[in-house]
Design a protein around this ligand. Structure first.
Ligand code: F6R
Length: 610
């Protein structure tokens, strides 16, 4: 989603603002802009489309100021246009905003009735105009901001600069994250730690309702009641190589190939240091005790949701825990009745997804133990959950989630095996067996990545289609859903996933010789059933791309149009292998179609609005 950078600097800031906006491109955006305070007033440049058009503008009309703000906008209220791009200005102030001011319409009406004008369709402009009204009444920026913040409902991360104040920036957060970066004689504001990583590793995470005043040499933080607040300065480690594609043409491909490393790191965290068996990492003072859990809620969005749908099979089969998976945007408003002694797991790469966070807060209010599986340990979801189980995939820049997904699967599988063991559902022998399988995952993923060229060679079948169906059974049904999501989000080909057994209840009507079917059919207890479903498709001349470890599958004379021989493995770890194949299918197909793989249209990496 939108990205924010603010610098109160010792040297001209525009180049650094723009470089940061480029680093934030991964979050998804459709326009961008910067503004600086000059002794003669505030000036801004904005443009629609990629950052390079903003750079062109700055080339023609440079901006040289020591204090400035920058923003990448992902349109919510109002089309993607230069007029709607941030920063927004009103007399005396310029602001950038992430989130949604929910009461913007009534504020606009009120301010219009007082004679104030609006120049955009955005909710964000009301922030600038309202602050400006207080400045005009004679308030200084501190008082004006404090008064204005009390009028907003909804979510905001704000960075604001003021005419006549070349050594001041004010930030505020409610619902959307904002971090302060403490530099040497320079201060920063960023929508995440990654935004300010090249400038400083000393960061302060603002808490809900906090706001702050920065100067070059210091900062003050206030809580929602305007009382001075102390927040710890934390040292964050961010990988230097993060914004670097290395020798890969896209971040997505780099991240697909980083999976053995990401899984090795994650597995290490889920390995008992003395016993060398699967166990749970320690999370602060709290112990996660699955033996007393009566049922589990698994709540998340998008790809993370499909990880939980796979895990539902694991928790039920390995640990005997009744499970319910839900997409967070539905869960939060359904006001579900939660079972006594239940626990809820929230899975999120970013740890900032607005719906998942709201669902977590709902569960906490209901007294349910909350567990966060997150890739960003300093994220809001991690900070608010009772227990944190990390994934150690490293920063994921490609909008389509790949290495974070398999790391989530690993965290969930390790948790399910641990739960089964502590609940006495799996025998010692089975526990040893599962351990062996889990420790084989990294080699299996490596072996699967070696199939890259073969996978590429079958993608033409998919790239030429308008509609593609993914079929699977058991844990491979949610994987089919994930495979379809991956394909649609980066190639823009219409794709749907179905449980193969459900085919004859409707979807089979869609099968023609023009609709390729990606069929996931590893050798497992459902293989024979899958084969029957495959026959049904082949009999209707659907071109089949078969993904299986089984060789020479005979379909009563109908051979699959194409097949890939996938490494054989214990069914419990098969989702890791097939996930990689599905990611590479989506990737190569998208490249064949010439789409923007790393920043697909309309999508944002971190969905901080609902
Ligand atoms: C798809 C994708 C999204 C995210 C979803 C949740 O490739 O990345 O569907 O999985 O937006 O995001 P997080 O995991 O950050 O909560």
């Amino acid at each position: 989603m939108c990205g924010i950078i603010g610098i109160v600097g010792m040297a001209p800031v525009t180049a650094r603002l723009v470089a940061t906006l480029k680093r934030l491109e991964y979050r998804g955006y459709d326009s961008a802009g910067v503004a600086v305070v000059l002794p003669e007033g505030i000036e801004r440049r904005r443009s629609v489309g990629k950052i390079v058009s903003l750079e062109d503008k700055l080339q023609e009309e440079p901006l040289i100021g020591f204090t400035g703000i920058g923003h990448t906008r992902w349109a919510t209220h109002g089309e993607a246009s230069e007029r709607n791009a941030h920063p927004h200005t009103a007399e005396g102030v310029a602001i950038v905003h992430n989130g949604i001011i929910e009461n913007y319409a009534e504020l606009k009406t009120e301010l219009r009735s007082q004679g104030y004008e609006f120049h955009t369709e955005t909710d964000s402009e009301t922030v600038a105009v309202l602050i400006s009204t207080f400045l005009k009444q004679g308030d200084d920026p501190k008082v004006a901001v404090s008064k204005a913040l009390k009028r907003f409902t909804g979510a905001y991360a704000l960075s604001m600069i003021f005419e006549g104040y070349t050594d001041m920036m004010i930030g505020a957060r409610q619902g959307s994250p904002l971090v302060i970066g403490v530099g040497k004689d320079e201060m920063f504001l960023g929508s995440d730690a990654l935004a300010i990583a090249p400038f400083t590793n000393q960061v302060i995470y603002l808490e809900e309702g906090d706001w702050c005043i920065l100067s070059r040499t210091g900062y003050e933080i206030f809580d929602m009641n305007d009382q001075p607040a102390e927040r710890p300065v934390q040292t964050v480690e961010t990988e230097d190589s993060v914004a670097d594609k290395g020798n890969y043409p896209h971040f997505m491909l780099k991240e697909i190939f980083e999976q053995p490393k990401a899984l090795t790191r994650t597995l290490k965290a889920y390995t008992h240091p003395a016993r060398g068996t699967v166990s749970l990492p320690k999370s602060g003072e709290e112990e996660l005790d699955f033996s007393t859990v009566s049922s589990l809620y698994l709540i998340s969005c998008g790809t993370a949701h499909y990880a939980t749908r796979v895990a539902e099979y694991w928790f039920e089969q390995l640990a005997g825990i009744p499970c319910k998976t839900d997409i967070a945007s539905e869960f939060r408003y359904r006001r579900p009745a939660l079972a006594p002694n239940s626990a809820a797991i929230f899975v999120s790469q970013s740890g900032e997804t607005a719906d998942t966070l709201a669902a977590l807060r709902y569960c906490k209010e209901q007294g349910v133990k909350t567990i966060a599986i997150v890739n960003v340990p300093t994220s809001t979801i991690a900070r608010e959950a009772d227990i944190v189980l990390p994934t150690l995939a490293g920063p994921e820049i490609g909008v389509a989630s790949t290495k974070a997904f398999t790391a989530q699967l690993l965290s969930l599988l390790a948790s399910a095996i641990h739960a089964g063991h502590t609940r006495g559902v799996i025998t010692e022998e089975a526990f040893a067996d599962y351990n062996k399988s889990v420790f084989s995952i990294i080699d299996l993923v490596d072996e699967t990545l070696d199939l890259d060229r073969q996978i590429y060679s079958v993608c033409e079948l998919i790239a030429e289609a308008d509609d593609v169906f993914y079929l699977g059974r058991g844990v491979h049904y949610p994987l089919a859903l994930e495979g379809a999501l991956k394909l649609k989000e980066i190639s823009y080909i219409h794709a749907e996933g179905f449980g193969a057994g459900e085919l004859k209840h409707g979807p089979i009507a869609l099968i023609t010789d023009k609709t390729p079917i990606v069929f996931i059919a590893p050798t497992d207890e459902l293989f024979e059933k899958s084969l029957s479903n495959l026959q049904e498709v082949a009999a209707r001349k659907g071109p089949v791309l078969l993904l299986s470890d089984r060789k020479g599958v005979d379909l009563a004379g109908n051979v699959p149009t194409a097949s890939l021989e996938i490494p054989a493995c214990n069914p419990i770890v098969a989702p890791f292998v097939y996930a990689v194949v599905l990611q590479l299918i989506a990737y190569h197909t998208a490249v064949m179609r010439g789409t923007d793989v790393d920043q697909p249209r309309n999508l944002a990496k971190s969905v901080t609005v609902e």
